[in-house]
Unconditional design. Sequence first.
Length: 228
Amino acid sequence: MNSTKRADLKPGNKVSRAVRTLERLFGVPRWRTRDPLDELMLTLLSQNTNDNNRDRAYHRLRERLPDWRAVMEADVGEVEAAIHPAGLSEVKAGRMQAILRWVEAAFGGLSLKPLGELSDDDAISLLKTQKGIGHKTAAVLMAFAFDRELCPVDTHVHRIARRLGWVPARASAEATFLRLRPLIPKGKALTFHLNLLRFGRTRCTAQRPLCEDCPLWNDCIWEGKDNE
């Protein structure tokens, strides 16, 4: 495709087109809404691992320590052993317990439901004061637990956004989140996030992406596509 023609496409138009294209390809995904504290703990376990390992660790933790107070008050070694399948268990166990103590102190109990009274930005900023909660983790919590109009930016979303020219090539993940936010059609942020995850895992992969017959090929500005 002619590079000049690609350059004429505004990021907002490209994003809207991608939303429609991915919905035709994958459909409109559904998701499970969890209790906010459950969602946060699950998301912490997901860091630097895959979904299968995350889920195994989460289920083992809930079987051995069935409520968050039990997790908070347990010996850290017991928590480490339970979440071992998720990897980095020593780091994650300590952070989870510290965050649980913060939640109880900040909100008067082991519940994050009061976050629902805050704006998206205020809630994200508050969550990010805690070690282990970055912008993506905070956005995931607000999107999935509170149904907020947010598209969390993980490694897949970040990679696709840069390859398709929605954001500058050197944009950070947080900058990508902020730039994408006003470009996504109303009501589509979370479903777009889920479809981008699927697209990034199955087609626009980090290594050897399946560029042949890619439905977004004409909008792609990634230099590596010319070598595919």
